[in-house]
Design a protein around this ligand. Structure first.
Ligand SMILES: Cc1cc2nc3c(=O)[nH]c(=O)nc-3n(C[C@H](O)[C@H](O)[C@H](O)COP(=O)(O)OP(=O)(O)OC[C@H]3O[C@@H](n4cnc5c(N)ncnc54)[C@H](O)[C@@H]3O)c2cc1C
Length: 285
């Protein structure tokens, strides 16, 4: 077993920023991704670790100026237990219940899921569909990055190496529905083969849906929104014809890969069927 990397535990954001600015160091929150790399079998071992456990500014769930705010250190268990999240974005509670098992839900954090930027990260389609913003900070100041701009290429993000994710800010949007569906090998303890979130505002028979978002994970190198599928549903009612059009548009737009978990063809068919099903559920047919 290789030697454990040295670890620093700052007690304030400023102290953390100073450490990040001075030396290349890997933040560690719940450690459920970082610790998998600690044996060196899956690539280079982090040289130094920055323990985020004492940074209170990264903790807690609150409502602030029209936003549901989740501190970066918020765990899946905290999300599952939060009355605020349940009220304002129940799809996030549903998502949290599908991650790993209790141990992973107790330690794994939303900030870690976003920073890790796996195409299969389960929170990421929900955050994209809900127009979430990622609040990041470092010695040069703080900035807000729309989730849609945060994932740059495979496992690369807009976060600089001397910055931390501080919080996820989700605009409150009364009247918006966000639906979530994850497909894995089994119902629990499975990494996604396809993960999808659909958001819309329903204006009834005359005006149909607006503000449609269709966001997926595990079907491209990064979690993504799919504009063609969104356009097929914008202004539409959740009818069988609209579901067919949206599913076809999605199947044509995604670029899944074959890997150990699934084939590209399976992912393409299933992604389209899942979207179709969510539209059907919304239409009640
Ligand atoms: C058995 C098992 C099952 C799993 N199941 C799932 C699953 O079903 N769905 C799923 O999506 N994931 C799953 N994961 C992956 C993992 O649990 C999640 O990605 C989790 O959210 C990571 O959070 P963490 O706090 O543990 O991150 P860490 O391991 O602490 O960090 C992950 C990455 O993010 C960086 N980081 C963490 N916090 C910050 C921050 N505030 N600012 C900047 N960078 C930061 C770290 O440097 C590291 O690169 C699983 C992992 C395991 C081991």
């Amino acid at each position: 077993m290789p030697a454990e990397p040295p670890i620093r535990t700052p007690h304030s954001r400023l102290e953390a920023y100073e450490i990040l600015a001075a030396e290349w160091t890997t933040p560690i929150a719940g450690g459920t991704d970082v610790m998998v790399r600690i044996t060196g079998e899956l690539g280079p071992i982090p040289e130094r670790l920055l323990d985020l456990s004492r940074l209170d500014a990264l903790a807690g769930i609150s409502l602030e100026r029209g936003h549901l705010v989740l501190g970066a250190r918020t765990t899946y268990t905290e999300i599952r237990r939060s009355a605020l999240v349940r009220e304002h974005l129940p799809a996030l509670v549903e998502m949290a219940a599908t991650v790993g098992a209790a141990q992973i839900q107790n330690r794994g954090t939303i900030g870690g899921n976003v920073a890790n930027a796996s195409p299969a990260g389960d929170s990421l389609p929900v955050l994209l569909a809900a127009d979430a913003l990622v609040l990041v900070g470092g010695a040069r100041g703080e900035r807000l990055i729309p989730a849609a701009d945060f994932f740059v290429s495979y496992r690369r993000t807009a976060l600089a190496s001397d910055e931390l994710i501080l919080a996820i800010r989700i605009p409150r949007s009364p009247g918006r529905t966000v639906a979530f569906r994850k497909v894995g090998t089994r119902r629990a303890q499975a990494i996604s083969k396809v993960v999808l979130a659909l958001a819309y505002r329903d204006h009834g028979a005359a005006a149909g849906w607006s503000d449609v978002r269709v966001a997926l994970g595990s079907v491209a190198p990064i979690p993504l929104r799919f504009a063609a599928a969104e356009a097929a549903l914008e202004g539409a009612r959740p009818t069988p014809e609209a579901a067919d059009r949206a599913a076809e548009a999605l199947a044509a737009a995604i670029t899944p890969i074959d890997d150990v978990r699934s084939t590209a063809e399976y992912r393409r068919v299933v992604a389209a069927r899942v979207l179709h099903r969510l539209v059907r559920d919304a239409g009640g047919w």
